[in-house]
Design a protein around this ligand. Structure first.
Ligand code: SF4
Ligand code: SF4
Length: 374
């Protein structure tokens, strides 16, 4: 049984000590960073920078408190994510969303470099074989994983496991072999990446606009996909309003297993006890923070969790979300989710429990947890 510390989002007294910010300070104190971080050790604070239009990320005020917690025990933190869109533009996204050295109090970097190529191959499980872990994460002696918990169209839920599996792996591979980079987690091996059905396509070009690699282009024959450029991110499929473009994907169980293996590969680059986890169960929107917009939350804000066990904290976060009431005006209501149903699974039709179970099966942690409210 692992311990998961929790501060609820409800503020019941108008006093700083009752605020979420003060609650996070209590979580940091309880987790005792000094056990994981040595003096002068460089510490990766891994979070998600969001997207143009997707603002529901972990707010800078919270990142700064975690950074201050690292500094207080003598660590040297840097806040990081990995390349999704063009790296220069992605740093500008971080800045727009309020994440910069001035706001968080330490360097803000792309862990796989400005072009998403800086990575080191790491052995993974049987589904993935190997992945390329972002160099700055690979080489950091300690890490704090700061995750915004929300839904995800493919995995059903995105928290710490997904933050590490997708976000700890490099965006691109210099040799052009997408099987080594992030697309490897999404896609099944195959010669072609995405298939477009011209019968369904209305040429709205939404897919072209969201493609991070300019792999989708128009020529005399119509809309086409360049397989060499495509890194199998699946954004085109997710935004297509007609269901006209499909990424050749892994099966659902295999994909969820790939997430667990990806997280395991990233964690394998750290000594035991050197990684701590914070899950922010706030603004639980139904989609990933990399999408070009953020929908309204499907459940009310729950609070912040902290633990040394990635599986336990993920289980606690998903339990909080799935046991909450579906919010009026959200996708959950639109999809007819009723009180008592597992909210995310019912709204999205995919159960994120699958990758938490997979992570437990490969020994990343325990699904049994004690929730300790601070
Ligand atoms: S999956 Fe789609 S959006 Fe992603 S790189 Fe390939 S063509 Fe572009
Ligand atoms: S988003 Fe869909 S409908 Fe629009 S151009 Fe792309 S494939 Fe066609």
């Amino acid at each position: 049984m692992s311990t998961v510390y929790f501060v609820p989002a409800r503020v019941r007294r108008w006093d700083y000590s009752a605020s979420l910010a003060a609650g996070l300070e209590r979580l940091i104190e309880k987790l005792d960073f000094s056990q994981a971080i040595g003096k002068d050790e460089v510490v990766a604070v891994k979070t998600h920078f969001g997207s143009h239009g997707a603002h529901r990320i972990v707010r800078p005020v919270f990142l700064r408190k975690i950074v201050e917690g690292v500094k207080a025990v003598g660590g040297k933190p840097f806040v990081c994510d990995t390349v999704r869109i063009n790296g220069w533009d992605y740093l500008e996204v971080a800045n727009q969303n309020g994440i910069n050295p001035q706001s968080v109090g330490c360097p803000v970097i792309l862990a796989d470099g400005l072009f998403g190529f800086d990575s080191i191959e790491v052995k993974a499980g049987p589904v993935l074989g190997s992945v390329r872990v972002a160099t700055a994460i690979h080489d950091a002696p300690a890490m704090i994983v700061v995750s915004h918990c929300k839904g995800h169209i493919e995995s059903g839920y995105g928290g710490a496991i997904k933050n590490l599996a997708m976000g700890g792996v490099a965006g691109r591979d210099r040799g052009g072999d997408w099987r080594q980079a992030r697309g490897h987690l999404h896609a099944a091996a195959g010669e072609s990446s995405v298939i477009r059905d011209p019968e369904l396509c209305t040429l709205c070009l939404q897919c072209l606009h969201v493609c991070p690699t300019e792999a989708i282009f128009e020529d005399d024959t119509g809309l086409r996909v360049d397989d060499e450029k495509c890194w199998r991110c699946g954004r085109c499929e997710r935004v297509c309003p007609e269901g006209a473009i499909k990424l050749q994907k892994r099966g659902q169980n295999e994909f969820q297993m790939a997430l667990a293996e990806g997280a395991q590969a990233v964690l394998s680059t750290f000594q035991p006890g050197k990684v701590l986890f914070f899950n922010f169960v706030l603004e639980v929107q139904p989609e990933c923070d990399c999408m070009p917009g953020a929908d309204t939350p499907v459940v009310q804000d729950q609070g912040i969790l902290a633990s040394r066990d990635i599986v336990a904290i993920e289980q606690a976060a998903l339990d909080l979300i799935n046991n909450a009431l579906p919010l009026p005006g959200s996708l959950a209501e639109e999809r007819g989710v009723k009180a008592g149903q597992r909210v995310l699974a019912a709204a999205l039709g995919v159960d994120g429990q699958l990758h938490i179970d997979a992570a437990a099966r490969i020994g990343l942690g325990s699904r049994e947890y004690e929730l300790v409210e601070l």
